[in-house]
Ligand binder design. Structure first.
Ligand code: 8YV
Length: 312
């Protein structure tokens, strides 16, 4: 008998197909009344597949009393109730490492764009403005100061790329990270005040909520740029919009927002911001590697082995 797996939210089509071949997969997102469905069928599920932006909250886990494994597509775990998973001894797999390079690549692309105005220059040409004017002078990146908020696996991949741009690198982290010569700066406001570019690559969740506060943005200052590839919740979005409107920072490049897919209307009116629809890991190669890990973690669980990339 195939194991019963509940699917929370849409996944990559190829992954949905592969899951449906191997398991008795039930897409919860297709249910018109998910709560009623779960009341009736919740106890029949052995596993749950989800993704980082969708996760699995306490209410969902409570509705699945026989759940033993969660396999999540993504590295973020801010939407997974890990406390409850630990308490109930539910194993949790996720997809770290395979996306580091693509997220770091995009962070760099975003940094270059917001400093040099690539997307804005493209709009300038398309509007026909080049026929009458010169595109405004931009800001140099090479040799500048890069502040990294969170020197985890993705932060380290960003730092490696910055070496190629001869940037000076400093970082904040809960603890100084061993094995790197980059300068550890204990104070986030201190890092922001020093940096020309402040890149956020810290994990999301309650502990990092609004870490990039009004004060940190004030410290970043009129010549500083903010780049966020982590979670929208890490930034006080209202303070950021105020800083962009008031031009108290130079600009921001954002791949993540507090209430995705909704982007604050005031933000969209600013010309000193790049807004992207959460695409950092979104390449065919990386998404395929993430899908493989989602499957490998499920297979490992159901064959009684250790998960390949366990979170819990
Ligand atoms: C998403 C992400 O998983 O890994 C994460 O934490 O946020 C992304 O990689 C991806 O967008 C799929 O929804």
């Amino acid at each position: 008998m195939k194991k019963r797996i509940l699917q929370n939210g849409r996944l990559l089509p190829a992954l949905e197909t592969a899951l449906a071949e191997e398991y008795d997969l039930h897409p919860l997102w297709r249910e018109p009344e998910p709560a009623a469905y779960l009341r009736q069928h919740g106890a029949s599920f052995d596993g749950l597949v989800t993704s980082a932006p969708v996760g699995a909250d306490a209410a969902l886990l409570q509705a699945l009393p026989n759940l033993k494994i969660i396999s999540s597509f993504g590295v973020g775990f801010d939407k997974l109730d890990l406390d409850m998973a630990r308490e109930r001894k539910i194993r949790v797999g996720y997809t770290p490492n395979v996306l580091n390079d693509c997220v770091a690549d995009l962070a760099f692309g975003m940094m270059i764009d917001i400093a040099r105005g690539i997307a804005a220059a493209d709009r300038f040409v398309r509007r026909g403005d080049w026929l009458n004017a010169k595109f405004p002078i931009a800001t140099r990146i090479s040799g500048k100061r890069l502040g990294i908020v969170g020197l985890g696996r993705i932060g380290q991949a960003i730092a490696r790329r910055a070496g190629g741009f001869d940037m000076e690198i400093a970082y904040t982290n809960l603890q100084p990270v061993e094995g790197f010569s980059y300068r550890h700066e204990p104070s986030l406001a201190g890092l922001a005040a020093w940096a020309d570019f402040l890149v956020v690559s810290v994990a999301g969740g309650a502990q990092t909520r609004h870490l990039i506060s009004r004060d940190v943005l004030a410290a970043l200052g009129q010549k500083g740029f903010l780049i966020n590839v982590s979670r929208g919740t890490v930034v006080d979005e209202e303070a950021l919009v105020d800083a962009l409107v008031g031009k108290t920072i130079a600009g921001a490049a954002l791949d993540v927002f507090a209430n995705e897919p909704h982007v604050p209307a005031r933000l969209l009116e600013c010309d000193n911001v790049l807004v992207l629809p959460h695409i950092a890991s979104g390449t065919a190669e990386t998404r395929a590697a993430m899908a493989d890990l989602v499957l490998s973690n499920l297979r490992a669980h159901f064959s009684g082995k250790e998960l390949v990339t366990p979170l819990v």
